[in-house]
Design a protein around this ligand. Structure first.
Ligand code: ZN
Ligand code: ZN
Length: 372
């Protein structure tokens, strides 16, 4: 009796050691309040990261197993509740002392659908163009956006069946997905051809009871929020890749979402050409002739002084060194080019006309005209 108790105790200790009491939330790098979607997203990200096929780090496999275990517990509302209240010990007690662990590799496979490895089929890449404010490309920005996509049904994990017991091997083709059809072409002469099994549509499996969650569709429509990190000085058509975030399907490993960023064309705002910025400033005749000081608000809100002390010709372009776009990957900035547009007044008061005439012609011209 005592020996049995001791053995039982040591088994427990061994289990406690095996499943190191690392906080499962920390393993998935999520809050305790994380939603089911957050948990799913975290598993997806980390299991890819640590999959030993992709990650050659020595500790990767261990991490991969930990991540799978954390997901197994936290994705199951009942297990999660027990874990939240009583920790790993509570889970062990719940499962009668011996915890059952799903094979982390099977879990990965069922989660991502298609087999991992060399013959993995990848789903289509989803390319989206996004217009952002030029200021966001100047300063860098985090922009939230939503994407409508298809995800594997989380009830049946993409099998389309109510439970795994509802998936039966097709009897028409013995699970092969194909049938051999013998046809007599002449008496005594047959042709054999392989055709896709019509009973299971070539899948080799028949689902007796459809998943109530997705009605057998295997995938669900889903809207997911992402955060786009636009780097400072991002070039036009800069691409940001969200790996494996495109439509999911049991037939493939999800492709990437690629966001191609361009700046919005604001009327009257800053224009950009590579690292150069362009601005059009309108000045009056007196400013064009006598000089001026004006303030320009830059893309980051700073005030830039536009100053001229001599005559400014219409169309003149002033270069402000280093006030252009940040050059990505380098420390410098391009230049800012300010083009001046001069507007003439619509009409002149007689007094102003007189004064201008005096200033330009020493008043004789004005008099001469009056005399005509
Ligand atoms: Zn389903
Ligand atoms: Zn079949």
């Amino acid at each position: 009796m005592a020996a049995f108790a001791l053995l039982w105790l040591s088994t427990l200790l061994l289990l406690a050691l095996l499943v190191n009491a690392a906080d499962l939330y920390k393993v998935l790098d999520i809050d305790r309040s994380a939603s089911e979607k957050d948990i799913r997203a975290a598993y997806k990200r980390l299991s890819r990261k640590y999959h030993p096929d992709k990650n050659k780090d020595e500790s990767a496999e261990e991490k991969f197993v930990e991540v799978a275990h954390a997901y197994e517990v936290l994705s199951d509302p009942q297990k999660r509740q027990i874990y939240d209240r009583h920790g790993e010990e509570g889970l062990k007690a719940h499962e009668g002392g011996h915890q059952h662990h799903a094979n982390p590799f099977d879990m990965f496979q069922s989660f991502f659908g298609a087999q991992q490895g060399s013959q993995t089929r990848r789903g289509p890449t989803s390319l989206m163009e996004m217009e952002v404010n030029l200021a966001d490309m100047y300063k860098g920005a985090s922009i939230d956006f939503m994407v409508k996509k298809r995800i594997l049904c989380d009830h049946c994990r993409g099998s389309g069946a109510a439970s795994s017991a509802d998936i039966h091997t097709c009897t028409g083709c013995n699970g092969q997905g194909v049938k051999i059809v013998r046809q007599q072409i002449f008496p005594g002469m047959f042709s054999q051809s392989q055709v896709s099994c019509n009973e299971c549509q070539g899948r080799g499996k028949i689902i007796k009871k459809q998943c109530p969650h997705c009605q057998g569709a295997k995938v669900l429509d889903h809207t997911q929020r992402y955060t786009l990190d636009v780097p400072e000085g991002a070039p036009e058509a800069h691409e940001i890749v969200f790996e494996g975030e495109a439509d999911e399907s049991p037939d493939w490993e999800a492709g990437d979402i690629v966001i191609r960023v361009r700046s919005k064309k604001d009327k009257g705002g800053f224009r950009r050409k590579e690292s150069g910025l362009y601005w059009k400033e309108t000045i009056s005749v007196d400013e064009a002739l006598l000089g001026f000081e004006r303030n320009l608000t830059h893309l980051d809100g700073r005030t830039i002084e536009l100053k001229r002390h001599s005559v400014t010709q219409p169309g003149y372009v002033q270069t402000l060194k280093g006030e252009g776009m940040p050059i990505q990957g380098e420390s410098g900035h391009g230049d800012l080019y300010v083009e001046y547009n001069v507007v003439l007044p619509r009409s002149l008061s007689p007094q102003l006309k007189q004064k201008l005439a005096e200033a330009f012609h020493g008043d004789t011209a004005a008099k001469g005209k009056d005399e005509l």
